[in-house]
Design a protein around this ligand. Sequence first.
Ligand SMILES: Nc1nc2c(ncn2[C@@H]2O[C@H](COP(=O)(O)OP(=O)(O)OP(=O)(O)O)[C@@H](O)[C@H]2O)c(=O)[nH]1
Ligand SMILES: [Mg+2]
Length: 191
Amino acid sequence: MSNVASFFKQPTKFVLSAVQKAQYPNIAFPEIAFIGRSNVGKSSMINALFTKKIALTSNTPGKTRQINFFNHSDKLMVVDLPGYGYAKVSKKEAGEISQLVSNYLSSRLSLKKLFVLIDNTLGPKDIDLEILEYMESIKDRIVIVFTKKDKKVKETSEKTEKLKNNYENFTISSKNNDGIFDVQKIIYNLL
Ligand SMILES: Nc1nc2c(ncn2[C@@H]2O[C@H](COP(=O)(O)OP(=O)(O)OP(=O)(O)O)[C@@H](O)[C@H]2O)c(=O)[nH]1
Ligand SMILES: [Mg+2]
């Protein structure tokens, strides 16, 4: 087995769910985080990368409402962020979630890569482009991941090509693991 494959098979443990900055674990490992619209497949991708069911996934958008931290083998912190743009949460809760995510993004110095997930079947939405614009200052640490490659494309957008030209990017499926190994290599090389 390659070093990369055996690395991802090592234990990954849930650490805690945070709803405020004071709760973030105080660690020295490099950190990676996953962000994207609700239901885009953040938790599924974490499970595919780390080859185990650690992050809760659901057919119901808005499943992940807190910042979930995972410790991979005392070498890497993995962060599952709440999804944005889910219409069915109350305005108050949506405000709280976006505050939580922006606090996280502005304060986490150990963050080595931010994976911004976009649903390949739908293409980028305004809210995805807004997040990318907001994160412009850390552009070199952003990797765009187009998810659900196994599914039929429903909407095409000229914005997709533009993003592909401007950002490091991958198109993956967490269902059949297509493209997962390429992302594992990127993560492995951060250590
Ligand atoms: N076909 C297919 N379905 C996927 C893929 N990735 C995720 N899904 C499905 O999409 C739904 C949402 O996946 P999650 O991983 O829970 O999405 P999330 O981004 O964590 O969602 P929130 O926590 O609500 O923000 C689930 O029904 C998954 O099974 C994929 O690559 N292919
Ligand atoms: Mg989730």
